[in-house]
Each structure stands twice: as C-alpha cells, then as structure tokens.
Design a protein around this ligand. Structure first.
Ligand SMILES: Cc1cc2nc3c(=O)[nH]c(=O)nc-3n(C[C@H](O)[C@H](O)[C@H](O)COP(=O)(O)OP(=O)(O)OC[C@H]3O[C@@H](n4cnc5c(N)ncnc54)[C@H](O)[C@@H]3O)c2cc1C
Length: 349
C-alpha cells in the first residue's frame, strides 16, 4: 500500500505544474499518466502571445499571468539545467488595411508599450514571406513545453512516483477522508486530464467546448529566423531549418488523429505566407481543453471534497498553467479563497 497526500491524474502542463508546486511545498504525491504521445501539451507550440485577435487586445490577465509564468519557468530552468523560457518577438503580418490601422491605434494606448513595438525588422524577408500588408512586432515568448513534460516524466519515473497507465475511473473509491485507487491511498486526488476529463464521471458538469488543432512540422531550408511569424497561423522556429506551423480549430472531430482536411487547410494558409519551398516532416493533432466560458476550472468537488481538478487551460496552457496551478495548490494546502472567475463551483450552482 502506498500512502500519499496527493494523487495527480494526468501529467500535461496542468499536472506537471501542480506537481512542481507540491514538491516545492515539500508535500508527498504520486502521478498516474497514460503517456499519450499526442496530449495537448506535447504538440503545443508553447507560444505566449500577450496581444491577441484582430483588434490587438491584451490577453486575459496577462499582467499577472506572464510575470508569474516567467519566474516559474526560470526556476524550472535552474532545476532542470535546460533552457525552457525565451522571450521572442512575434512578427504580426497584417491581413487587411483595417488590421494595420488597429495596430497603429493600439500602439498609442497606455499599457501597450511593453507589448507592441514599431521598430522595423533587421532582416529583409520579402523574398521568403508574403509581407504585402505590412507588419507590427509583439513582445512574446516561447516555452519548451515538450521538454518540460519529458524531463519531469523521467524525473518522477526515477523517483517511482509516476505510474504510466490509464486511470480507470471505476476503480476509484472516494472515502470521507481521502481516496483509494488500487494500492494507492491519498488524502486528495487532483484530476488534470485535459480534454479527456470529458469522460470523468464526477465532473460531467464541466461544459467542454474543446477544439482540436492540427500542426505541421516543416523543413524550410531558406528560412532562418530567431522570432515567431504570425499571419493567420504561427511559424515557430524549432531547430536548424525545422519549424512548428499551426494551428487550425475543429470542433466536431475531437480525436487526436491528424486528417487530410486539416493538412489541406494548413497548406492553404502556408501558401498565403511562404514564397519558398518547404517539406512536411510531421503532422500532429491534439485537443485543447476549452470550457464554454473560456476560463480555467479549479478547486475541490463541491460534494466529494477529497477530489479536486485543474482543467480548462484552453489555448493558453503555457502562459496560464503556472499561475492557476499555484492558485489551486495554495487553496488545497492553506485554504486560500479561490478566485470566483476560475472556481469550479461556478458549474455546480
Ligand atoms: C495544436 C495545439 C496547439 C497549441 N499551442 C499552444 C501554444 O502555442 N501555447 C499555449 O500556451 N497553448 C497551446 N495549446 C494549448 C495547450 O496545449 C493546452 O492549454 C494545455 O496543453 C492543456 O494542458 P493539460 O495538462 O490540461 O492537458 P493535456 O496536455 O492534454 O494533459 C493531460 C494529460 O493527462 C493524461 N490523461 C488523460 N486522461 C487520462 C487517464 N484517464 N489516465 C491516465 N492519463 C490520462 C494525458 O495523456 C495527458 O498526458 C495548443 C493546443 C493544441 C491542441
């Protein structure tokens, strides 16, 4: 029998950050994860884009979430001895005159000066990128989400705290003071299963409106950039001449299976951006765990207090995951009050 304070189900960005903050607080935990190769986190671009949409609006609570994410990833860098967080410019190519005008207006707004830049690019990409509409520069960042997941997977396996298997909901026994799952007894179970929580019998109240996304890994020999390109889709430099390109939104087919339709859509977008040849090296798909109100959901189950959840990281797990994982851990360890905007209780009234 394994006796532990916490059992975490799911080791995507949500479960990994929860484990990180529990470990920092010196608390005991075990993790169960089925090591799915195409979890949302494993295929994500890891982009942090503080200014979104055609009207260039600040991303939700970015002033708090981004500095906290940066500090967390920098602490992880010290721990893992790996480069995990990088501030990167996002070159935002405009698709219409209206978009360009919106940009100019926004650059004059108070509080936007640290996110929007008007200086010209040092590199001439006009032979490679279709830049006829002009561009602006956003101060963004990139997080190495894949390597983070991989590092902590190996770390917890070595510590015999990660169990690579499918969590079987029918085997969970919820007791007054804790939960029993096979040979593990925990005081609190924290579900971090991403989109798969749709099958979780205790959280059927969560109104998922999840969106599948497909990604192409491209080889573009003629492109050499140290920033991100956005023109409808994102081109993110990986290594040498490899790039992450994505992603579309699909609400009907919620499988992790890449499709010909998704690929055709992405290639069409690519034709609008790139003027040079490319080769498709890989094609991946994952499902973003999005809730109806586009906000995360966290906290203890209102009726079963020994089970809790962190979900709904949506399209922004890299930037919002650290802050809300800490918020949940503080709540579970110290009884701090949950922010009403993210409190799971909003779906149980
Ligand atoms: C195409 C695409 C591009 C994206 N790009 C970005 C981006 O650039 N920037 C950004 O911030 N966000 C991006 N996202 C969103 C981001 O990936 C999500 O917000 C985030 O990964 C969600 O993390 P999670 O831990 O909640 O879920 P997941 O990453 O899905 O992790 C859940 C984990 O739980 C495991 N699991 C589930 N059920 C069970 C079970 N029953 N038993 C055992 N294990 C289980 C899964 O295998 C997985 O390991 C993107 C998403 C997609 C699909």
């Amino acid at each position: 029998m394994k006796e532990t304070e916490f059992l975490i189900v799911g080791q995507g960005i949500a479960g990994t950050h929860v484990a990180w903050f529990l470990e920092k607080a010196g608390r005991s935990f075990h993790i169960i994860d089925n090591a799915h190769a195409q979890s949302s986190t494993k295929i994500a671009g890891g982009l942090i884009n503080p200014i979104t949409g055609r009207r260039f609006v600040k991303s939700w609570r970015i002033e708090d979430l981004l500095p906290f994410a940066k500090t967390t990833y920098q602490e992880m860098e010290e721990f893992t001895k790996m480069p995990l967080f990088k501030e990167l410019a996002i070159i935002r190519y405009f698709q219409s005159i209206a978009e360009g005008n919106n940009w100019v207006t926004k650059t004059a707004y108070e509080g936007y000066e640290k996110y929007l830049r008007t200086d010209p690019l040092q590199q001439d990409l006009s032979e490679i990128i279709n830049d006829s509409g002009g561009y602006g520069i956003v101060n963004g960042a990139k997080v190495q989400v894949g390597p983070i997941i991989h590092f902590f997977q190996q770390y917890y396996l070595q510590k015999e705290r990660l169990h690579q298997e499918q969590f079987d909901y029918s085997q969970l026994v919820i007791q007054n003071e804790g939960v029993q799952y096979k040979d593990i007894h925990a005081k609190t179970l924290i579900f971090c299963e991403g989109f798969s929580a749709k099958a979780n019998p205790w959280f059927t109240a969560l109104p998922f409106e999840s969106a599948k996304g497909e990604v192409l890994i491209l080889k573009i020999p003629q492109l050499s950039i140290s920033y991100i390109i956005k023109k409808n889709q994102f081109i993110v430099p990986l290594e040498k001449d490899l790039f992450w390109f994505g992603s579309n939104y699909e609400w009907d087919d919620l499988t992790n299976i890449p499709t010909a339709k998704g690929k055709a859509y992405l290639e069409e977008r690519l034709a609008d951006i790139l003027k040079v040849d490319y080769e498709i090296v890989d094609h991946l798909a994952g499902v973003r765990p999005v809730l109806k109100d586009r906000r995360p959901a966290l906290g203890r189950h209102p009726a079963h207090r020994s089970i809790a959840i962190l979900n709904g990281l949506g399209t922004k797990g890299a930037s919002i995951g650290p802050y809300w994982a800490k918020h949940l851990v503080d709540h579970l360890l110290e009884g701090t009050v949950l922010d009403t905007e993210v409190d799971i209780g909003r779906f149980f009234n």
